[in-house]
Write a protein that binds this ligand. Sequence first.
Ligand code: SF4
Ligand code: SF4
Length: 445
Amino acid sequence: MEHIYIQKGFKTPLAGMPDFSIIQLPDPGTIAVSAMDIPYIRPKLLVKENDLVKTGTPLFCDKRNKYIRYVSPGTGIVKHILFGKRRRLREVVIQLDKIDDFIQFETVPLQILDSTPKSELIRLLQKGGLWQCFRQFPSKDTANENHEPPMIIVSLNGNDLYSPHPQVILKNNIQNFEFGMALLNQFSNRIIVTSRKSSLDELDKLNGLTHHITHIVPDFFPAWDPGVVLHKLKTCQEENRSWCISAEHLIWIAKLLLTGKYPIKKVVTVTRSNDKKPHIIARQGSPIKDLMGGRDDKSLVTTGYFNGRSAQTTSHIGFFETTLNSIKDNQEEEMFGFIRPGFNKPTVSKSFLSCLIREPKELDCNIHGEERACINCGYCTKICPVDLMPNFIMKALSSDDIEDALSFGLLDCCKCGLCSYTCPSKIELTKILTHGMNTHYKDKE
Ligand code: SF4
Ligand code: SF4
């Protein structure tokens, strides 16, 4: 195992860390497959309201490649099809039956995995609704099946500060993980498996798994993000088109190929202060309100501390989402806040005395006023884990100079959200950079 040295990131300890308790949530009344958390997809509906669907029935595909399907994680009736702005598909909501009727896909036993052609594996994964688990850099779009990736990065720690612990995901799934690793060898000669330093002790208890880990990353966010890992490991231009996949998705793929049945359960963490913080095993696409189990009205639910969406309780958890964070939505002005010592305030810039105290702090959503002009303080540059200068890129994009933005490394941005968080002028840098990246890709299509 090698250590990857990463200096920049969010190092302030936070309250709300999920514990190791596991709750198996009963099946909800409705589930949904959301098209909103799937980057770059151009969805084409394959069902209509009141259609009966089995577990594994395709609900929509990607117009850019109609073989890439998004399938139903449950059996029932299509209750609603919801659209957002410009009639963009938002969610396909399914009223669940009591018993699952699975579509039986073809299987690939471990004994014949090596001799199964790669094209056949791709076909099976696309048909079974899991090809999109493979994401391709630099944009983390769905992997291009015609491309041979120079490297595949498997992240054991998800993509959020408090993503599910790998021990919870891998426990009882070691054989599936082994199968997944054998499958990856069909696609690339270089497989990188990363783990947070603090996860190693628990992973050691799962026999015979740690030998797969190739690299250890520090414990601060987002050191385990595949985009940051790639930034540190890449040695040539070609490696910018590597792939990545999460450990849980690798397990889903193994389950699909070994049993021929679409995997319906996922692990989700719920983080909040002053309440239980369990890992939840729930059906894919479960309603946010069921996962949160009651909610404080003064809190905002997000699917990522720094880079998730703000989730309505009426919506459902997405394919790539694994965390729900309850963050205090406090926009009140603080009297003489600027002269208070701020013992409990999380601070990156060391403006408050809390920087001397290592006790976990609590984040809230207060932006202390409106968006202001850039003051060239450089905090965004100091925290960016992939060594970008987000303020320069933002200014290039504001003057429509995409060439300049690209030359400043726009495509290396892993959308971690830290620059927006740390900016004292509250400029939505991540949003601006993500928009710039999306526009660049749309123009290229
Ligand atoms: S530019 Fe911002 S969002 Fe992108 S990697 Fe750097 S800190 Fe994260
Ligand atoms: S942190 Fe905000 S104000 Fe400071 S340089 Fe970056 S964009 Fe400008």
